[in-house]
Design a protein around this ligand. Sequence first.
Ligand code: PMP
Length: 286
Amino acid sequence: MGEIYLNGQFVPPEQAVVSVLDRGFLFGDGVYEVIPAYAGKPLRTPEHLQRLENSLRAIGMQAPLSDVQWDEIFARLLSASPEADQAIYLQVTRGVAPTRDHRFPKAPTPTVMAMAKPMKVRDPAIAREGVAAVVREDIRWLRCDIKSTALLAAVMLRQEADEAGAEEAILIRDGLALEGSTSNLFIVLDGVLVTPPKGQLLLPGITRDLVLELAERAGLASREADVPVAALRNAEEVWITSSTREVMPVTRLDGQLIGSGKPGAAWQRIDDQYQAFKREARRGSA
Ligand code: PMP
């Protein structure tokens, strides 16, 4: 791994250390972002930084850096492998306080960290076969719109999915499917692309918005509407989306086939658009 940005400096990973009194360590009191970058060009930085600001504001913090400062940090992190596709991870915590106390410190100094790592190339089997998912009760909190580093419920759900041989756990609250433990959710029902509406119960995914745009470009009808669990199970297609997973077709849900059990025609159309969009991004014209 290359250098890590920590509180104004770029340091080797072994020197990127924080205090055990950091509130991120003690309470998960922080927020984060993951930004994909293609050949050194981050995708939708303004949208990611706006979501970061929304998360910070929601937890009573202010932006520690300007957008220009973030851009400079990202450029330096990405410059270590300029041709590679990488994911930038950044996090901001409420910093170190003198003692462990739930209440906010009077004058917090945030801990700011960012790093880049190579993005995994999609296994070609996924485009041929799709992935498996399981359905689980959503045991997370009621502010899933905040991209908080407090991810224990998501960690447990993703682990459960993994142990069930699945790529993702799709989460249900009050009979409605909301999103995955680490992704947003789309279904195709009666030929229409449907994704749950934004609100406090799911993360407003940047990829989610992009997929809605690409659907419009591709002439695929889409709607933001509730997805009852029965609609999920009876859908013609199910997809999960995220910055690092792109658009992934789910072909098995709790062991039952979705549609034909193969990635569907609508997924293929959107994936073609997505891959074209990435090529434009690499050229710097997305
Ligand atoms: N929902 C959750 C719970 C997530 O963790 C993620 C990925 N971080 C997403 C949705 C997808 O968001 P994005 O498209 O911005 O990566």
